[in-house]
Ligand binder design. Structure first.
Ligand SMILES: *[C@@H]1O[C@H](CO)[C@@H](O)[C@H](O)[C@H]1NC(C)=O
Ligand SMILES: *[C@@H]1O[C@H](CO)[C@@H](O)[C@H](O)[C@H]1NC(C)=O
Ligand SMILES: *[C@@H]1O[C@H](CO)[C@@H](O)[C@H](O)[C@H]1NC(C)=O
Ligand SMILES: *[C@@H]1O[C@H](CO)[C@@H](O)[C@H](O)[C@H]1NC(C)=O
Length: 307
């Protein structure tokens, strides 16, 4: 009997924390709202590297585990880094020969890239998900925002959103461009993605990239707090059901989503010598993804690697 409980406990623990933990996501919960602060202390730019990716995967598993019986009805993501919500994914994992912690593919859902699976799971959560944006979110950073149900931003020069992959010969993948074409329309998506330029918070709110923009941090947090608390009053089954319906018509189908990521990212970036040489130039120019002119101002800096 005791042995049974020990085994059951181990199973629950293993399920709750599938991956090693690095303490890069801080959570606090009250009244059915979980606040999640992304704080990647292994990176100056809140990089979506293995540390943050594993911590997020463990968190998402925890949020999934009780289905619509979860005590948590709303999840609010924000960042502890004043310059970056999430800079982008760890470019090292796309460069040949890097033996990183993070697998390229999800070991439990091997038809999906690890981050593709993580972001897909965010869209599948029964809970409503909200992102509070006070810093840059480019490439996988913006894809994370797209996977959330709602986005609210601070009107600040620190807020710059972009899909930068085309600037190194890749495509956004992970649904980045697909979700955007629903939010901001087809023509604007081509404009921003093909030119790999930043959008600022105010313009992002005007065209629907984010829901709303706020002049002050207080106004931003106050609005999101009230919205989250109100949503959290209502039964989770209704929240989950509403999300399922909206996802059915405005989320890319799973097979299309997978193909976008694998066909193009793998062929253009990982398996092409041009892709590899561009990524290596970016790693050099960013001083291996340290904070500096390139990471702060990617769209203007990246053209230098073509000179
Ligand atoms: C899931 O249910 C267990 C057992 O009732 C509970 O301890 C845990 O806090 C719940 N988790 C969530 C996210 O609701
Ligand atoms: C982020 O983590 C660092 C190191 O643990 C800590 O000093 C800092 O207070 C954290 N920031 C936030 C906003 O949680
Ligand atoms: C996403 O959820 C599925 C189903 O629970 C799981 O198999 C997969 O490993 C999860 N992906 C990640 C990256 O945690
Ligand atoms: C770049 O940083 C990663 C860890 O983020 C490290 O594993 C790798 O060795 C570094 N590369 C160089 C060339 O310094």
């Amino acid at each position: 009997m005791v042995l049974f409980f020990i085994i059951a406990f181990l199973c629950v623990s293993v399920f709750a924390a599938q991956y090693p933990s690095f303490g890069t996501v801080k959570t606090s919960t009250s009244n059915g709202v979980m606040h999640v602060v992304l704080n990647n202390t292994f990176s100056e730019i809140n990089l979506l590297d293995a540390h943050l990716a594993f911590d997020l995967a463990n968190l998402i598993a925890r949020l999934q585990v009780n289905g619509t019986d979860s005590d948590i009805h709303v999840v609010v993501f924000s960042s502890a880094n004043p310059h970056f919500f999430i800079a982008h994914s760890d470019i090292n994992i796309f460069v040949n020969g890097f033996q990183g912690l993070e697998p390229l593919f999800d070991p439990f859902t091997p038809d999906m890239g690890f981050l593709d699976s993580l972001f897909w799971n965010i869209t599948q959560l029964p809970q409503a998900t909200i992102a509070i944006i006070e810093g840059r979110a480019r490439a996988a950073g913006n894809e994370f925002l797209m996977a959330c149900d709602m986005r609210f931003a601070l009107s600040s020069p620190e807020v710059r959103l972009a899909q930068t992959e085309p600037s190194v010969g890749g495509n956004p993948g992970t649904g980045g461009g697909m979700y955007l074409s629903n939010l901001i329309n087809r023509g604007r998506t081509f404009e921003y993605l093909l030119s790999a330029t930043d959008i600022d918070a105010d313009t992002a709110a005007q065209i629907g990239w984010v829901n709303r923009v706020f002049k002050t941090k207080n106004a931003l947090y106050d609005y999101v707090d009230k919205l989250a608390k109100r949503i959290a009053i209502f039964p989770l089954a209704g929240i989950a059901g509403t999300k399922q319906g909206i996802n059915a018509v405005s989320r890319p189908p799973r097979d299309v989503y997978i193909q976008d990521a694998q066909d193009v990212i793998v062929k253009l970036l990982i398996q092409s010598s041009l892709g590899q040489s561009l990524l290596k130039k970016v790693l050099k120019a960013t001083n291996n993804q340290s904070i500096g002119a390139f990471e702060l101002d990617w769209p203007n800096q990246v053209v230098q690697i073509y000179k």
